[in-house]
Design a protein around this ligand. Sequence first.
Ligand code: XIL
Length: 382
Amino acid sequence: MSRLSFILILFNGLLLVACSNTKKNANATSTQGIPSLKETFKPDFAIGAALNADQILQKEPNAKVLVPEQFDAITPENIMKAEVIHPEWNRYNFELADSIVAYGKEHHMIVNGHTLIWHNQLPAFVRGMKNADSVHQYFVNHITTVASRYDGKVYSWDVVNEALNEDGTMRKTIFLENLGDDYVVEAFRLAQRAAPHTKLYYNDYNIEQPKKRAGAIALIKKIQAAGVRIDGVGIQGHWRAYNVPLADIEESIKEFSALGIEVMFTEVDLGVLPSPGEVTGADVNQTAEYNAKMNPYESGLPDSMVQKQTISYEALFRLFEKYKDKISRVTFWGVNDGQSWLNNWPIRGRTNYPLLFDRQFKPKPAFYKVIETKTKAEQKAF
Ligand code: XIL
């Protein structure tokens, strides 16, 4: 071998190593040596996680490392809900909310405020209100104070959460009963005034289902017809791993995006546990008593169920990829299986496995299949 060709081979070799390193850096996390969800899907949509208070305060060492590596969007699981942020008529508690804003800034993540108007997790002083005037005052003050404080600091707000019944009619809540049918339009009008630099969304579960979807579409059209801004709709996505309504989800993406707004999947988790018969959505008020039969996987998830969940997550993300031009964010409702709300809802004290990371923060088979829906599709395209 001549000296020149030796040098050339060496040079090529170095080039190859350099290239593969850049590629690795684009997709790999430094800590676990696994691909990164946020990097993988960056060209298509943001990838989010709901964070609990400990995670926001960076008290969980594993989450502290994993969250910024894997996610570029965060939603507070509870701490921006009215009972936490506005505990008394004249008292707001912004400490934790400020912390999530700082966390998002530090790690270049978008923060979705959750949520301004919801009939659950209301402070006691609101639950006890007896007249429409007080409810109206609370409604105006709450939206105006909270939304203006975080204008331009949170990227978006779930302005109204879960205003609909399963049949698409308006849910009878303290807001509907005291403020009338137009309260959703009014909530968006107030939010628009208070937060001109923040995106405004409607968020609900089961709105991929035909009747509830029709109700959501009518509601969104009503907001638009009033000349009020609505930027997007969040389909929560609390589905069962053995029964994901793919056809309805696809139809919803088409119909919601036809309204000229962003479509997001905002609270995705695919639980594996049996549902008590009456529970078909994600109504936090629907609960059932514990019994051992309803908690079959306490000591581990059987392979058959791991498979089912993996296949469902893969199919779901294939669909998301197909409509990547219409979907702006996919957020998981939690970081790992151990801290998912589905361990305690609708039955307390069960062992569920709904997310992409297990109790040790290790990626599950579904994680790799989700990544492949992007990376394999790319390979095919070349
Ligand atoms: C849940 C939280 O995850 C729980 O910690 C809390 O106890 C109840 O609320 N739809 C929503 C979320 O919009 O705010 C709910 O979060 C889950 C259903």
